[in-house]
Design a binder for this molecule. Structure first.
Ligand code: COA
Length: 218
């Protein structure tokens, strides 16, 4: 996982295991009171790992609640991101200044079949995808999907806005290890044409995607 983020961001990825719901503050437990067991496990694993990392950074975590769009309102001075997929939970976190947001996404590495492209890909994405050899396109499309989710998470602290998949298009680097996310809409303080840069890493049949957003120009 080396190189997914630069040295300012700490990344921990570990197996979800069987985390204990009762170990969370009651305000956090309430957020998954009606959830199914799988969702409870991943939620508890994410909160537990995030709290451990905050503690290691010397920050006593208040309950880690949820904004109207599902993001965690992190303690002041912290930018972080949670992802869970299959057996894995991950948290990327920084306390450095000069960072607008962090986005982490873990996805199964299975290709994204053409049937789903219309949901995720814009005309700009399609133009980019068609520049790849046909045999690579479903793999690249999966990376486009992962990149959009990670970039969405990284932009969110600044904009506090939900953005649909049409809001950005993704340019995947020729080595499939990096990408540039291009805004196709204004989402203040982000403007059409702004870019976020990210990287991919491979983990046991999963793709891990990381984005560090710069402080937006307002
Ligand atoms: C929010 C979303 C990106 C999560 O991705 P996912 O693959 O379903 O799930 P992950 O496990 O990777 O991430 C879930 C975590 O993301 C975090 N998260 C949720 N909404 C978030 C937001 N608006 N901003 C930042 N982080 C968010 C939460 O911590 C959540 O975990 P938790 O509920 O246990 O706290 C996805 O469900 C979604 O809504 N996508 C549509 C929006 C989008 O991607 N737009 C693309 C714009 S180009």
């Amino acid at each position: 996982m080396k190189g997914l983020f630069d040295a300012r961001v700490r990344l921990c990825i570990e197996p979800i295991g069987e985390p204990d719901l009762s170990s969370l503050p009651v305000q956090e437990q309430a957020l998954v009171a009606k959830a199914v067991p799988k969702r409870i496990r991943e939620f508890v694993a994410g909160r537990t790992l995030a709290r451990r990392m905050l503690g290691e950074a010397g920050i006593a975590a208040q309950p880690l609640l949820r904004t109207e769009h599902g993001a965690v309102p992190w303690p002041s001075g912290v930018q972080a991101s949670i992802s869970h997929c299959g057996p894995w939970v991950g948290v990327a976190m920084t306390t450095e200044s000069g960072i607008g947001g962090v986005g982490l996404d873990i996805e199964e590495a299975k290709p994204l079949e053409e049937t789903y492209w219309h949901v995720i890909l814009t005309d700009d994405d399609m133009r980019h995808l068609l520049s790849w050899p046909e045999s690579e396109r479903t793999r690249v499309a999966k990376r486009v999907f992962a990149a959009k989710e990670a970039a969405y998470k990284a932009q969110y602290p600044a904009s506090q806005q939900f953005l649909p998949f049409s809001a950005m298009w993704i340019e995947v680097g020729t080595d499939m290890q990096s990408f540039i996310a291009h805004f196709r809409v204004d989402a203040s303080p982000w403007r059409t044409g702004d870019v976020l840069r990210g990287r991919f890493a491979d983990l046991d049949a999963h793709i891990v995607t990381g984005v560090v957003a710069p402080p937006p120009q307002s």
